[in-house]
Design a protein around this ligand. Sequence first.
Ligand code: HEM
Length: 291
Amino acid sequence: MARYDLLGTLNWGDHLPFLKDFDLQKIRFTCSKLVPKVNRFVGSIIADHQADITQTNRDFVHVLLSLQGPDKLSHSDMIAVLWEMIFRGTDTVAVLIEWILARMVLHPEVQKRVQEELDAVVGGGSRALTEEDVAMTVYLPAVVKEVLRLHPPGPLLSWARLAITDTTIDGHHVPAGTTAMVNMWAIARDPEVWVDPLEFKPERFVGLENEFSVFGSDLRLAPFGSGRRTCPGKTLGLSTVTFWVASLLHEFQWVPSDEGNGVDLTEVLRLSCEMANPLTVKVRPRRGLSP
Ligand code: HEM
């Protein structure tokens, strides 16, 4: 069973240093039991790649293997890099796709506009969408940005920020050694930063394609973090999500399911900020239907 929940659990020992050694919630103990399993799992991926002498489909693991050697990557470095990629790169992408689809069900007029844009770039006929088609869209990236603003999968950019000297921020003393959290969720909903912050309005990004980057240069919206420890998978993550959403919206119409109480936007912060009640929907095939 995946134990993503462990990564999102509030560990009192992190906040009250005198509790740290007691591991009262058994978090460190449980993690130590998982480490050998992770090592075996990721180790088998590396072993499979080492055995693949043809290397016809060279991928990321092959590149890591080519960097192995004295003063270069060790086996345990490779395990750490691969494991980090797997656990940081899978649920963020899945969670963001789910939030986007939830918003599409809640805002059928936005869904229709995305579908019209996709139909226009694909042209007539019934072929499947390609990555080149997606690159020609304008409204779809605005929709993705608006969902990243309201539902960032990583709302607290926290893990890598440590005050290395005593400092003062807004009159508050911050001692050296303090772990700092950047609350991107709050910034993205701040009325002093955004007009109508709680409203879902993808139009706010239309026309700003080349001016508004979500990759960390504009701190009004930095859902992948910023600075040296920014997300290394941001380009891959954003293009994967955009392509999947484009394909799912091009192929299907997404409507509320007959059961349940519609789309519930309640959030729960686990490793990522997820939908507390997973999305349930009905889908209708679109291709082959007259517009
Ligand atoms: C839509 C998808 C994604 C979102 C929203 C996202 C978001 C984030 C955020 C907010 C951080 C913390 C940055 C900071 O504190 O400044 C982060 C770090 C990280 N992400 Fe992503 N990420 C996504 C996809 C991916 C993918 C696809 C990969 C790998 C294939 C990945 C790998 C990582 C890694 C390794 C880190 C840690 C970097 C470090 O600590 O130096 N992420 N991500």
